[in-house]
Design a protein around this ligand. Structure first.
Ligand SMILES: C[S@@+](CC[C@H](N)C(=O)[O-])C[C@H]1O[C@@H](n2cnc3c(N)ncnc32)[C@H](O)[C@@H]1O
Length: 452
């Protein structure tokens, strides 16, 4: 006897059906639901972390200028993050793709409204990128990959349109951090509320259930704190965005590495790496514990990250950068190369090369006052990124283009005629290395001089 009814699991395993459901979900409630005309917040740090110059330098110590670069926002939603990418990378072109036609329409309108008519958006699944015909320097795929029926197909799709030297930033939801939320989702699924695209009726029922669960019920304790005291509209948005989210799945670090392995991509680092330092989970650092002091250095990067998520899964996203394997990025500068100042070229971070910052330099010199360069990038590293008027005079030339390390040292020595040359050299080096630690300046190692 044949069974006409396919089991539900088979229907939900069908990638086309899953994609259709997700596209409908985001046509019904495009994300994020920010008004088109809303300007980006005046948040220098946001621009800094969306800047290709920052990302290439953090991951590979490579210096690049965003001008002329091609950026893909894969799963762009309503284009809010595409707007941030465009603003952070003047001269670069942003292209967005998404499977929700409504979202693509809103993204197009948003970037046009903000004067970025050069950006373009297309209705296209990430898995279909190999047919797209463009090659990108940077691919941003934020809050999307975990929706894909097969995330590896998405990674392969992006890899196919990534330039040989390009970088992908993407993320998965954390299975450990969202464990309670996945239980809440499973309960609503069992009650039939995620069967079809959940709309106002289902959202209302789910909200009523969450509000009326006893306050000590485990799933409520672990998932509903954000909603306590929130307005009804905000609670409805939590329900739609998290509790009735179709296609949401959580992953672990070993699963993430296995996906990269299958897609033949190389892990470059975690985007919020400060949250993934296993040593920081200990009161006095791990070195005080003999066993860990011996064991931790022997662990792979994957194992160290996995330990972090097992002990302290605080990050909602496993947010990472990756690239083609074996990328030859050449030699990076080191202390020795700084000794030969003619091999190191110093760049001001591209977000600091503009009239506003140039004026800051000039005012610092004329009024003999200090200048907080980190402030322009939204970074606060104590006094390390604050320079005095003499340093401003030394570095002003970087507004016109990069300079050799040795030229900056020579300029510094000329500004301190009374100082011993070795002392001037040491203080100039200290200044530049401090600024480099905050990426206010970027060092580029030039190839060795070939003998005549
Ligand atoms: C949570 S939203 C994120 C939007 C945007 N990246 C952001 O962070 O603001 C997820 C988006 O991914 C899109 N999406 C889901 N699966 C996709 C796929 N296979 N290909 C392209 N876009 C997809 C959805 O339509 C939705 O707009």
């Amino acid at each position: 006897m044949t069974n006409d009814m396919s089991p539900e699991t088979n229907i939900m395993d069908n990638p086309d059906i899953i994609r259709t459901k997700i596209s409908e979900q985001y046509d019904f409630r495009p994300y994020p639901d920010k008004p088109i005309e809303e300007p980006l917040p005046p948040d220098a740090e946001l621009l800094f972390w969306n800047s290709l110059a920052t990302i290439y330098y953090v991951t590979q110590k490579r210096v690049i200028n965003p001008n002329g670069k091609l950026i893909l926002d894969a799963g762009c939603g309503t284009g809010w993050k595409s707007l941030g990418l465009a603003a952070a990378n003047p001269g670069a072109k942003v292209v967005g793709v998404d499977i929700s036609p409504k979202s693509v329409d809103l993204a197009t309108q948003r970037l046009q409204y903000h004067g970025l008519a050069d950006a373009e958006f297309h209705v296209l699944a990430i898995e279909e990128l190999p047919n797209f015909g463009l090659q990108f320097d940077y691919i941003n795929c934020d809050e999307v990959l975990f929706f894909l029926p097969e995330p590896v197909a998405g990674l392969r799709g992006m890899k196919a349109v990534l330039k040989a030297s390009g970088i992908i930033r993407t993320n998965l939801h954390s299975a450990f951090q969202r464990a309670a939320l996945y239980r809440a989702q499973a309960a609503f699924k069992l009650l039939g509320l995620i069967e079809n695209n959940p709309e106002d009726l289902e959202i209302g029922i789910a909200l009523e259930i969450m509000d009326n669960l006893r306050d000590d019920v485990d799933v409520k304790v672990r998932t509903w704190q954000q909603a306590v005291g929130a307005a009804d509209e905000l609670k409805r948005s939590f329900i739609a965005r998290d509790f009735l989210l179709q296609g949401d799945k959580g992953y672990t670090i070993p699963e993430m590495f296995a996906m990269l392995h299958s897609a033949e991509l190389e892990f470059l680092g975690m985007v919020n790496w400060q949250d993934w330092l296993v040593e920081d989970l200990f009161k006095e650092g791990a070195d005080d514990l003999a066993f860990l002091a011996l064991t931790l250095p022997e662990l792979s990067v994957e194992e160290r990250l996995h330990l972090c998520e097992l002990w302290h899964p605080v990050s909602r996203k496993l947010d990472f950068w990756c690239a083609h394997p074996g990328l030859d990025v050449g030699e990076a500068w080191d202390d020795d190369s700084l000794g030969d100042g003619e091999r190191v070229r110093v760049h001001l971070h591209p977000l600091l090369v503009n009239d506003e910052v140039k004026l800051g330099f000039i005012e610092s010199i004329q009024e003999q006052k200090s200048l907080d360069l980190g402030g322009y990038l939204g970074l606060s590293l104590g006094d390390t990124l604050v320079i005095d008027a003499v340093a401003a005079e030394c570095l002003l030339g970087l507004q016109e283009g990069p300079l050799l390390f040795s030229d900056l040292v020579a300029k510094w020595v000329s500004l301190y005629p009374e100082m011993e040359v070795t002392d001037a050299l040491a203080s100039c080096r200290e200044l530049l290395m401090g600024l480099e630690s905050g990426m206010v300046v970027l060092f580029e190692l030039l190839g060795p001089v070939v003998g005549l």
